[in-house]
Write a protein that binds this ligand. Structure first.
Ligand SMILES: Cc1cc2nc3c(=O)[nH]c(=O)nc-3n(C[C@H](O)[C@H](O)[C@H](O)COP(=O)(O)OP(=O)(O)OC[C@H]3O[C@@H](n4cnc5c(N)ncnc54)[C@H](O)[C@@H]3O)c2cc1C
Length: 396
């Protein structure tokens, strides 16, 4: 394995947003980076589309934020609706304006953020991206890592370090023998990209609907009329009839619903899972390969971005001679923030929006949202929540 690999060469497995943004950060810091992606192009499936205010400075530092805002848009208003009681509660995040230059979220499909990162990456010397390059085997020793691409036993790529950013079904994680402990939720989530006049139907640009049968999140994806409508349904309903159930599902949310113009949709099984450590030797896991969450609250890619922002300076420092225990500190901190902060909150939000059948608890949930929306100090504290997912490592 250790035969003659450059000490500053990092292999990144996966050209999703976590892989490309980590590769970009490393290449900007002077590392040589090879990204290996199994598919022929960036995967466009409907997934993350909200970037919370707290991750935006990191995107700005990578010079990605302006392009992200240009291709997407910023928004700061929210609505929570209770279908059982008919109550609507609205708030904005503008009061964060005195503590961040970015008191808003950015909306943009994650494949478009990945494309912006890819464009920037390919402008840097020492960076390359190899498509149609599935990693199938991995070996490491004290000096380096070798990964095999495809079935050719001689097609090895060698590097000093390897980052597994190959998603929730990570091959790298499996090759390391790391368990992915946690749970799989009984529900099926359906994420749709639809063209429907939700504004005309009275929705704000990001609306959470709480109901045990019709819970949903409706968010505007772009300024051209595309919206994300995500809902949950029992997993024992036939998956091949998801599309035909949509008009009925939509009619629970809007008056006079017609069959929506569905541009794309994807049913998902959802998990709360995490590896015991995000580092094994010279291999590090970033993004869904390390931790998976149900999407309520938008903490999946948020966690991935914060992992990446902290890993890049740590790994650059180690490649520059710092002790590699820095990477163990990074791993422990990222795991703790996911398991103790992000994952419980995502599970709680999922309960509130999609599964709570007890009317007393539902009333308590609604009262709690109402309290947060009307008390500026409480609202500020709640809006700050996602910043708790960030790591602040001391590089020594
Ligand atoms: C419906 C839905 C909505 C979501 N909304 C949000 C949101 O608003 N905000 C948020 O923060 N998060 C959200 N998430 C979570 C977010 O989508 C994920 O956290 C994010 O995709 C993780 O990015 P990643 O790069 O780690 O993995 P992925 O995006 O899965 O990318 C992994 C890449 O690795 C490649 N790959 C896989 N195996 C191999 C191999 N063996 N060799 C080479 N390449 C390989 C894949 O082809 C893929 O390109 C949502 C998720 C879902 C399902």
């Amino acid at each position: 394995v250790s035969a003659a690999q450059p000490a500053d060469h990092v292999i990144v497995v996966g050209a999703g947003p976590a892989g490309l943004i980590t590769a970009l950060g490393l290449a900007r810091g002077g590392a040589r980076v090879t990204v290996l992606e199994a598919e022929a192009a960036i995967v466009p499936s409907p997934r993350a589309m909200v970037y919370q205010w707290s991750v935006l400075q990191g995107l700005a530092d990578l010079e990605l934020l302006d392009a992200a805002i240009e291709r997407g848009f910023t928004k700061s208003d929210f609505e929570f609706r209770s279908l059982p009681t008919g109550e609507s509660i609205r708030w904005t995040m503008e009061l964060l304006g005195d503590e961040t230059p970015h008191p808003f979220n950015v909306h943009l499909g994650q494949h478009l953020l990945a494309e912006i990162a890819l464009e920037r990456l390919l402008q840097l010397p020492g960076a390359r991206v190899c498509w149609n390059s599935p990693v199938t085997a991995l070996e490491q020793d004290r000096a380096g890592v070798a990964v095999r691409v495809g079935d050719d036993p001689d097609a090895f790529v060698r590097g000093a370090w390897c980052i597994g950013a190959d998603g929730a079904r990570s091959t790298v994680r499996r090759l390391l023998g790391l368990p992915f402990d946690g749970i799989t939720w009984p529900e099926r989530f359906v994420a749709t990209n639809v063209r429907f006049d939700f504004t005309g139907a009275g929705f704000c640009q990001s609306t959470q609907i709480s109901d045990p049968d019709h819970g949903a999140i409706v968010s505007q994806i772009d300024l051209g009329g595309l919206w994300r409508w995500t809902y949950a349904e029992p997993a024992d309903l036939p998956v091949d009839e998801v599309r035909s159930r949509m008009p009925g599902r939509l009619s629970a949310l809007v008056d006079d619903a017609v069959d929506p113009d569905v541009e794309s949709f994807q049913p998902y099984r959802m998990h709360q899972r995490c590896v015991p450590a995000l580092r094994r030797g010279r291999v590090l896991l970033v993004g869904d390969s390390a931790h998976a969450t149900n999407p309520t609250g938008g903490y999946g890619l948020t966690s991935a971005l914060f992992s990446s922002y902290a890993l890049v300076p740590a790994l650059l420092a180690v490649m520059d001679g710092a002790g590699d225990d820095l990477l163990d500190t990074w791993s422990a901190d990222r795991r703790r923030r996911f398991v103790e902060i992000a994952s419980p909150r995502a599970s709680e939000l999922k309960r509130i929006l999609y599964t709570e059948r007890d009317p007393v608890r539902h009333a308590q949930d609604v009262a709690d949202v109402r309290r947060g929306a009307s008390d500026p100090d409480l609202l500020r504290e709640r809006l700050r929540f996602s910043a708790r997912l960030a790591s602040t490592l001391t590089l020594g």
